[in-house]
Design a protein. Structure first.
Length: 368
């Protein structure tokens, strides 16, 4: 079996067939026609000024509260550098994005996981920890279609989290790259909006999920003093981010390409989720999962006793791969996995699940 035969539920990226290549070609031509100097020059660490202004208007904040970065992971890294105090507690969801755990631990944070429910982080568990003396510097939250679980933080919990942040004096880091990838249910206000300028929320997002991963354009929104410190760090890191990519993204946005792209991606992912749920129900009936209302990921729990560390190589031998749930946890999760449906065409999904089911049966036969 060759690499091209592999069906990958591992990578959180859209397949090429749902990326608006033609629209990006047109946006590139527009960027080079209308502002070649801005697109091709160094610029400054704030990012491409027209895009920064557009984002400030979108979020209802001043421009000096916005900084455009090379992808949201760069934004996360800059913010972690500013917010993490070595040895001090940081609250995360359990499970959470593996790169978040890595970035926090590399900076010496005392990582404190709090259970993740279907409607988001367990705010009452967090409240009990805070009442018991926990004093985090910040809480890292992925509110919409969480990576890896696919769950969404409810409106009530968004409000409760902000109440706790105010009461116990910590920051909410709202890491929100998936918000616009919604294909079911109703949109919810961001915690940045609900905070109403009190400065409790630092927000980060990205165009990687709505335009294309290769553009590597993300951004942060926060109190101007914090953004100014991040700007200084960005200047010393790379002088200027990728102005060309940011100029293309700006043109893609103002020409209507972003709205068209989101509509196309959401329609495709809605079909893929439905197909994946049907395939799991038919071929892996013992699996437990909740269909997400958006985003790229689904969290799957297999029966207790299934070891995904053994399942993964068996699956890859059969031409399918995924990410082990243990990658997103400090402990536990031995029988869980994350399935990313964004990069798998609908006509590949049933075959991929079939291969996964065959791999699981092979382990069960070996154990029996």
């Amino acid at each position: 079996m060759t690499a091209s035969d592999l069906i990958s539920f591992a990578r959180g990226a859209p397949s090429l067939d749902i990326i608006d290549v033609a629209g990006l070609k047109a946006a590139t031509d527009a960027a080079l026609t209308q502002d070649p100097g801005g697109a091709l020059g160094y610029g400054t660490a704030i990012g491409y000024p027209p895009l920064r202004k557009l984002l400030a208007e979108r979020h209802g904040v001043a421009e000096d509260q916005v900084l455009v970065t090379n992808g949201s992971m760069q934004a996360d890294a800059f913010l972690f550098d500013q917010l993490v105090v070595s040895g001090s507690p940081v609250v995360v969801e359990r499970p959470t994005y593996d790169r978040t755990l890595l970035g926090l631990r590399e900076r010496g944070a005392d990582v404190r996981p709090v259970a993740l429910d279907l409607d988001g982080i367990d705010t009452e568990e967090l409240a009990a920890l805070l009442d018991g003396g926990l004093r985090p510097t910040f809480a890292h939250i992925i509110p919409n279609f969480q990576n890896p679980a696919g769950y969404t933080l409810s409106l009530a919990k968004r409000k409760r989290l902000l109440e706790l942040a105010e009461q116990y004096d910590f920051v909410v880091f709202e890491d929100d790259p998936y918000a616009q990838i919604r294909f079911a249910g109703e949109p919810l206000p961001t915690m940045l909006e609900l905070d109403e300028g009190r400065g409790r929320v630092v927000y980060a997002s990205s165009f990687s999920k709505t335009v294309a991963p290769g553009v590597r354009v993300g951004y942060i929104v926060g109190p101007k003093e914090l953004v100014a410190r991040v700007r200084a760090r960005a200047t010393n890191t790379y002088i200027s981010p990728n102005m060309f990519a940011q100029a293309v993204v700006y043109q893609f946005c103002v020409d209507g390409g972003l709205d068209r792209s989101i509509a196309k991606v959401n329609a495709a992912l809605a079909e893929r989720v439905a197909t994946l749920c049907a395939a799991l129900a038919e071929q892996l009936p013992e699996a437990k999962f909740t269909a997400p209302e958006g985003g790229y990921f689904m969290w799957v729990e297999l029966p207790e006793g299934v070891d995904v560390a053994r399942l993964l190589p068996a699956a890859e031998e059969r031409g399918v791969t995924f990410v082990k749930g243990t990658d997103f946890l400090l402990e536990g999760g031995a029988s869980t996995m994350r399935l990313a449906y964004s990069g798998v065409r609908a006509d590949q999904i049933a075959e991929g699940v079939g291969r996964l089911a065959e791999a699981l049966r092979s382990l069960q036969v070996a154990a029996g």
